[in-house]
Design a binder for this molecule. Structure first.
Ligand code: AVJ
Length: 332
């Protein structure tokens, strides 16, 4: 499991840094100002996210874990043994082992943008599943990637947990789903976690918890920019804002300037007015039919779905229907 992966970890690094700088400069210059949520996950950000998943208000992880606890054997029965499991995002120690344990896969391919986090989760997993072939890929799963040759010919199951798809706008999500349908190939399956539309207070609390961990998670992005891009952002002049955008059916996170601020990033000057926000995240929520329509638009036919007792979160199994050729009429 170890040696062939080493090169892949380091190749991505200088590129990722240039991309981070370019995106931050562009995002802070744009109106409205925005930063991509994928930059939340440096070491500190990944730790804070782990803390979020244990918060009483953050129902998502618990609900998805409950679904796996209750239905993993049924999922395994439909999926069948011997598949290569390709996990988009390197996974949570609370959920992935439940799935792998039930599935008895032939290989596990975690894909994550943070090489460091990936290395650690792979090491932890290897101690629990010493027999499992693990082929980690340090990459941004939003961009096209190549599957390891070692799983050539294995039937595939994509696993996209946590409702991370919610970070994408609908057209981006559709393109993404089509892209992974292509990468995973004919006969592949996808198990995807999608958070549901629900009571606004419940959503609000999940993204603005009483302990302020989500606020720290959001604000850490500014600390990260200061650390990695020689920036001088006065982080204490920003406050965490979480709000439900009903028209777009999404939770939004912003960083709002509580006074006028001036700072530099990589030598470039910025000035942000009091009350202005930097939009840092969307978490789209889907009703049951919305979720299935999204999957169909992305080239996946829903096969079965499971929810938790409170119907907060859905785990959907879908099969690849993105044919590369053949008459349109025959596609489902
Ligand atoms: C990891 C994208 C699913 O949107 O709920 C948690 C990230 N943001 N609290 C989510 C997050 C604020 C999370 N996802």
């Amino acid at each position: 499991m170890s040696s062939h992966a080493a090169g892949a970890f380091d190749r991505a690094r200088p590129l990722a840094e240039d991309l981070f700088r370019a995106e931050v400069l562009a995002g802070l210059s744009a109106r409205p100002r925005s930063l991509s949520p994928r930059w939340f996950y440096d070491r500190r950000g990944s730790e804070l996210f782990e803390e979020i998943t244990r918060l009483p208000e953050y129902y998502l992880t618990r609900a998805e874990r409950e679904i796996l606890l209750n239905h993993a054997s049924k999922i395994a029965q439909i999926v069948g043994p011997g598949r290569a499991v390709i996990e988009l995002g390197s996974g949570s120690s609370l959920k992935t082992p439940l799935l792998l344990n039930a599935l008895a896969p032939s290989a596990y391919v975690p894909i994550d943008i943070s090489g460091e986090f990936l290395r650690e989760s792979v090491a932890a997993l290897a101690s629990v599943f010493p027999e499992l072939a693990v082929y980690p890929i340090a990459a941004d799963f939003m961009r096209p990637f190549t599957l390891p040759l070692s799983i050539k010919g294995f039937p595939r199951l994509g696993y996209f947990a946590g409702s991370t798809i919610g970070n994408m706008t609908v057209p981006v999500a559709v393109d993404f789903l089509r892209g992974i349908a292509r990468t995973l190939g004919e006969g592949s399956l996808l198990l995807i976690g999608i958070d549901r539309i629900k009571d606004t207070r419940r959503l609000q609390a999940a993204y603005d918890d009483a302990q302020g961990i989500t606020a720290d998670f959001n604000l850490n992005l500014l600390h990260r920019i200061n650390r990695e891009l020689q920036a001088t952002i006065p982080v204490d002049a920003f406050r965490h804002v979480a709000r439900w955008n009903d028209y777009e059916a999404r939770m939004e996170m912003h960083l709002e300037a509580t006074r006028e601020v001036r700072f530099t990033v990589a030598g470039r000057p910025f000035s942000i007015a009091q009350g202005e926000t930097i939009h840092t995240e969307n978490s789209l929520k889907y009703g049951p039919r919305d979720a299935r329509t999204l999957l169909r638009a992305g080239g996946w036919v829903p096969v079965m779905e499971w929810t938790d007792r409170e119907d907060l979160f859905a785990l959907i199994l879908a099969r690849n229907c993105a044919l590369t050729e053949g008459p349109r009429e025959n596609r489902q």
